[in-house]
Write a protein that binds this ligand. Sequence first.
Ligand SMILES: [Zn+2]
Length: 323
Amino acid sequence: MGKQLAVVGIDIGGTNTVFGLVDREGNVLGEGNISTTHYIEPEVYVAALYEKIMVIKDKQCPDVEILGFGIGAPMGNINKGTIEYPADLPWKGIIPLADLFYRHTSLPVVVTNDANAAAVGEMIYGGAKGMKNFVVITLGTGLGSGFVIDGKLVYGHDGFAGEIGHTVIRPGDSNRDCGCGRKGCLETYVSASGIKRTMLKILADKLEPSELRKCSFEELDSKKIYDAALKGDKLALRAFEHTGAMLGFKLADVVAHTNPEAIFLFGGLALAKELIFEPAREHMEKNLLYIYQGKVKLLPSELSAQNAAVLGASSLIWSNREI
Ligand SMILES: [Zn+2]
């Protein structure tokens, strides 16, 4: 019997970086985090992160043998092992993340964007086990997507396939500004920040009472909208209906592109369950070409919310070993 094997899954977020040592079954054997914003220089950040991982390993699971490092990050590029022009991280330009890791280790390092990591995680540990064609949509501050076609995650020519959050769903100059510099992108409607914008518009347009009228702009967030909707607040329910409808409308296109067996929704907004699933399902079906109707499952992610990003990132290494 050799040592117990594990992969380090790393989720680089705008505020914090979370990591875990994960075994083949998805058990987290050790875990920790460091601040992302604290480090102005990426090389200092990677050195501190690597050191912290080794400290946690020695403390929490000293007998484990590490096989590699899987990293999910905004604008992560699998072909080059880089992060490219991330909007929400403290570093600018192109950061050679994998190369910075190779200063400390000779083990494999795989970098990709967080939605792709979630899709591989779903395939290895979650509800997509055994599926060859599926899509994962991540609903966080923005909207990400990962496509698996014929059993393979699609990276595309440059490693950036699947940015459906930045497909324009409402063209025209009068539509919502997006962080990418364009207008009317899907994620300006379908995301935690998108539903907030929708809620504010509904509150401005309608005179009906709503408990959300007393929230300040800063206070209002998707959680408050969710809580109000659960209590039957009509305008909050309308915000969910509108958000789910826009998602469903877009998913009908997604189905035509890739003919998936299932589409998984992952992240904050997906936790609102039927409030988002019901209108999304209804509007997807309504807009589907007849050959797809009634065939595509719209499902919640089966990755546990707490460790999903870390599991997804770790699965980048596990999947490479097995496919
Ligand atoms: Zn955009």
